[in-house]
Design a protein around this ligand. Structure first.
Ligand SMILES: Cc1cc2nc3c(=O)[nH]c(=O)nc-3n(C[C@H](O)[C@H](O)[C@H](O)COP(=O)(O)O)c2cc1C
Length: 249
């Protein structure tokens, strides 16, 4: 691990954190996650792009949702679409590196891909609630921690109760070590910009599918990192997008 005092990006990140003390969060109930150990795998249904979803209409309809219907679970098809078109592999890549075989739904500086997506499933049809990692290589969900984290997510997002009624919270996490060797301190900036690309994909796709989305930049960093099994320094939660079924007006 880098010494935060010698890395301005890491120092900045440390100083912008919201701490467990800010919400009185107790993280003792969350045991650490063994790196690389998955407790199950969900193969998401294969999806192909559907004609008829107008991008401009999705942009015009995009709005932040803060009222979800907790009675309606998300279908596997829509969860699969959100991931495939939000952050998945899209087409064979012509990037001149054999390590980059596919293009992805969101651009990445120098095809370094410093982001990973961790869906925290709250209510989805035939998917056990819990913390997952999205494996784009085979479009599957790797189960890291089963459990119902609705209450904790509402608390750790500084008391946003509607988050508990969403179907899934996509945590966008960064691994700055992937981008720093190429871009030095500027890599941290690129990593944050990339998180914005992915988040906007989730917003527009949600709008196109008749779902709601909430961007969440305010969260207790240590709580989310602990929940996901990230080390809080070189593996860091950056941004969340909650997605769910809006409550009928
Ligand atoms: C970086 C960022 C962080 C945000 N964090 C939150 C949040 O924690 N909770 C929330 O309800 N909305 C959050 N929002 C959504 C904004 O409040 C919202 O986009 C803004 O009020 C404009 O409303 P609209 O998205 O419906 O057009 C965030 C948006 C951004 C870009």
């Amino acid at each position: 691990m880098t010494d935060p005092e010698s890395d301005p990006a890491e120092l900045f990140h440390e100083n912008s954190k919201i701490t467990p003390f800010d919400v009185g969060a107790d993280l003792d109930d969350l045991p650490p996650i063994e790196p690389g150990v998955f407790l199950g795998r969900v193969r998401l249904p294969k999806v192909s792009a559907v004609r008829g979803v107008e991008l401009e209409e999705a942009v015009l309809g995009r709005v932040t949702c803060r009222d979800y219907d907790p009675r309606v679970p998300l279908s596997q098809d829509l969860l699969s679409r959100l991931l495939a078109f939000g952050c998945g592999f899209t087409a064979p890549s012509n990037f001149p590196l054999p390590s980059v075989p596919f293009r992805r739904a969101a651009p990445s500086a120098g095809a370094t891909y410093p982001l990973e997506i961790y869906p925290v499933v709250l209510r989805a049809l035939n998917i056990r609630p819990g913390v997952y990692h999205y494996a784009n290589i085979d479009h599957s969900l790797e189960l890291l921690r089963p459990g119902d984290f609705r209450t904790q997510l509402a608390e750790w997002t500084l008391g946003q109760p509607y988050i508990a009624d969403a179907s899934v919270v996509f945590v966008i996490a960064g691994f700055p070590g992937r981008i720093r060797p190429r871009y030095k301190e500027r890599g941290y900036r690129y990593m944050l910009l990339e998180a914005g690309h992915v988040a906007q994909n989730f917003y527009l796709l949600s709008t196109a599918y008749g779902l709601g989305a909430t961007a969440d930049g305010g969260f207790v960093d240590a709580a989310f990192n602990r929940l996901l099994g990230l080390n809080d320094i070189t593996e860091i939660a950056l941004y969340n997008v909650a997605v769910g079924v809006p409550r009928p007006a």
